[in-house]
Design a protein around this ligand. Structure first.
Ligand code: SF4
Ligand code: SF4
Length: 188
């Protein structure tokens, strides 16, 4: 088996800058009409739901190609904040942090099935918890779609330790919980 560090540089893709488009408000449902290649910087960045499942280490069986997810995160991941603790300098510490682009998204088999980039590249809609639909950054956690507070850092773990941490991440909630629905109106 070999490890794959599933890291995503979604904030730093070299997309064409279009100051006017970047400054304009996001159009409702733009991800249903535009391909990844057609999105401007702002639209591209807004597509990330900040679930951070891409900062969790997966293990690939070199013989079968099968991927196993763990609950071990990249060493720079801050599980409480659910984000990178040193995004600006991450490459110094994590050289294999992968830059996400419209071209590589369809090839990155370790991207979670719920990843918004993957969904759009497969012609699918976003889930109810996505901030672009809910209008609330917190819904990704409400839906249990994120890894917030659910990971431990890789530290000095070697392969045998990683294998013991293989886990099955629970499926996110299909609908908003009733308590949440009463407080918010989820847009579709
Ligand atoms: S370096 Fe930062 S962005 Fe990259 S995988 Fe690690 S925590 Fe995530
Ligand atoms: S939406 Fe995709 S890129 Fe963004 S944090 Fe989740 S898995 Fe990573």
């Amino acid at each position: 088996m070999s490890t794959k560090t599933t890291l995503l540089d979604y904030q730093n893709s070299r997309r064409k800058r279009d100051a006017e488009a970047d400054a304009s408000p996001l159009e409702d449902g733009y991800w249903r009409r535009k391909k990844l290649t057609e999105m401007n910087e702002r639209e591209w960045e807004a597509l990330c739901d900040r679930c951070s499942k891409c900062c969790v280490i997966s293990i690939e069986d070199a013989d079968t190609g099968e991927l196993y997810l763990t609950d071990v995160s990249c060493k720079l991941f801050d599980t409480k904040a659910c984000g990178c603790s040193d995004y600006a300098n991450r490459k110094q510490y994590v050289s294999d942090c992968v830059k996400l682009t419209p071209k590589n998204v369809p090839k990155l088999d370790w991207l979670p099935r719920t990843c918004a980039y993957r969904l759009v590249s497969e012609g699918k809609d976003l889930f109810w918890w996505h901030p672009l639909i809910s209008g609330d950054e917190n819904t990704v956690h409400v839906a249990k779609a994120s890894v917030r507070n659910k990971t431990r850092p890789e530290g000095r773990l070697q392969m045998p330790g990683l294998i013991k941490r293989i886990t099955r991440w629970p499926a996110p909630l299909e609908k908003p919980p009733a308590k949440y629905r009463k407080r918010r109106r989820i847009r579709r």
